[in-house]
Design a protein around this ligand. Structure first.
Ligand SMILES: Cc1cc2nc3c(=O)[nH]c(=O)nc-3n(C[C@H](O)[C@H](O)[C@H](O)COP(=O)(O)OP(=O)(O)OC[C@H]3O[C@@H](n4cnc5c(N)ncnc54)[C@H](O)[C@@H]3O)c2cc1C
Length: 432
């Protein structure tokens, strides 16, 4: 016998059943987009989204917030306003997936069963992977921040910076939108100029990679930007510890030396590590899959959700699909990638419901990174699993010839066009 619970949250009444045909975990970019499309296309009526948060964020604009050219409030909407009509919202946290029993356990200890499950809870930041990092992130006066967690703090840190070493770095784990740590660097460098402190500043980019960007034509443009802005590049630098007292970021050196340019930044060597003393530090957070996904036995050896990279179906549990940041996919973790993953999941899900497991629609690893290179300038990196540069033909409509080159129209797309498409198309289940 099915159990029905009706409860009231603010002005909205939600009905919680104990079984749904399709359950979606996460009301972020992936969860809302997939549920909205299933409903808008009339492919599903019995669907719920499990999401504990009160607010939904357009995270791609947080880089612009950090650079003081976008309002944080404009990146935030209430979760109730993005929940698609026709889906039940279970405002709980998932604590476990019992995949063998087609069951999800919630933090109120209730269990919900499903026929099909779509998992999109994003990723989790784990600052403990770099000792000392949490302490400096929590300290309002440390000069350390991240647009990934608190873009307003980054904005303050940029404004307060009076010169010295401005270090931009990232951890060795996968992160969301791998280009964001350099986008905020290019903008901060310009902000330092406007503030009249650039002459007293050394701007350093230290990363574990061996190249500024993996896609050749984009790399060529970005190297020109780096040289124009006189940025110190340090490749093969694996961030291992922060010394909050001495303000030193410690690195172990990898083999990825790359096309680096050791300008005039002093380093300290100790116990086989290299230290960079900083006055300002920006980093992306070390990131992992949420614990409940791992504890439910759904991850691969690297700790990410073990889905087939083309069908997005879980490798062991055929009625489970994974999308977004949680998925073990060899491409960049972005909302743009989700835009291309959702139609594939929807198509495959429909086939599966009809007992057909021959999935001919495949996700080709498409992802994109809008690399803001200055106030008013941007490069758009679009690529696939093979590392091919795959610019969207629609860009021709915007009179953008070569999107691997800096263009003011691409900046307009980032600041105005993409947020519009996100809220009005992607979140509403419309094709984009
Ligand atoms: C600074 C920054 C810049 C970025 N720039 C770009 C860009 O320019 N272009 C681009 O395309 N992308 C960009 N991204 C990346 C993009 O925002 C993410 O890739 C995208 O939001 C991932 O969607 P998701 O659904 O996987 O996760 P999210 O959107 O993070 O949503 C996950 C949801 O799951 C919920 N959740 C978590 N745990 C549970 C649980 N246990 N139970 C139920 N629900 C749970 C969370 O509350 C959250 O609402 C950027 C991100 C950041 C932070």
């Amino acid at each position: 016998m099915r159990m029905f619970i009706i409860y009231t949250l603010a002005q909205n009444t939600y009905t919680m059943k104990d079984h749904y045909n399709t359950l979606v975990i996460g009301g972020g970019t992936g969860g809302i987009m997939v549920a909205s499309q299933l409903l808008a296309k009339g492919l599903e009526k019995d669907i719920a989204i499990i999401e504990p948060a009160k607010y939904h964020y357009y995270q791609p604009a947080w880089t612009l917030v950090g650079a003081d050219t976008y309002e944080y409030e404009d990146t935030q909407r209430t979760m109730s306003s993005v929940m698609p009509e026709g889906a039940d919202w279970l405002q709980q946290k998932v604590t476990k997936i019992k995949a063998d029993d087609n069951k999800v356990v919630l933090d109120n200890e209730k269990e919900v069963t499903y026929d099909y499950l779509i998992v999109s809870p994003g990723l989790k930041h784990d600052f403990s992977l770099v000792p000392g990092l949490q302490e400096v992130m929590d300290d309002p006066d440390s000069g350390v921040g991240s647009v990934y967690t608190d873009p307003e703090k980054v904005k303050k840190n940029i404004k307060r910076f009076e010169g010295g070493v401005a270090l931009f770095t990232q951890p060795t784990t996968p992160i969301k939108c791998g280009g964001a740590p350099q986008k905020i660097m290019y903008l901060a460098e310009s902000a330092f100029k406007k503030q009249g402190v650039r002459d007293k500043a050394k701007v350093v980019f230290a990363t574990n990679g061996g190249v500024i960007f993996g896609i050749k034509p984009v790399k060529e443009t970005l190297m020109k930007v780096v040289n124009r802005k006189n940025i110190n590049l340090k490749f093969g630098h694996n961030l291992v510890e922060i010394d909050p007292k001495e303000k030193i970021a410690w690195y172990e050196l990898g083999d990825n030396k790359g096309e680096h340019n050791d300008l005039d930044v002093e380093t300290i060597e100790k116990d086989g590590r290299v230290g960079i003393k900083y006055d300002f530090l920006h980093t992306a957070p070390p990131s992992v899959a949420p614990e409940f996904v791992k504890e439910s036995g759904l991850t691969n050896e690297a700790g990410w959700m073990d889905v087939d990279q083309y069908s997005l179906q879980h490798k062991k549990y055929k009625n489970i699909f994974g999308i977004g940041d949680v998925a073990a996919l060899p491409t960049a973790k972005t909302g743009a990638a989700i835009r291309k993953q959702v139609p594939v999941v929807i198509d495959n899900l429909e086939k599966l419901k009809k007992g057909n497991e021959h999935f001919d629609k495949k996700y080709n690893g498409y992802s994109s990174c809008p690399l803001v290179t200055d106030y008013g300038k941007m490069v758009l990196a679009e690529f696939d699993y093979e590392g091919n540069f795959t610019p969207d033909p629609k860009l021709k409509w915007m009179l953008i010839g070569d999107s691997s080159k800096e263009h003011w129209r691409l900046w307009m797309l980032k600041k105005y066009g993409l947020p519009y498409l996100y809220w009005n198309k992607m979140m509403k289940g419309k094709d984009v």
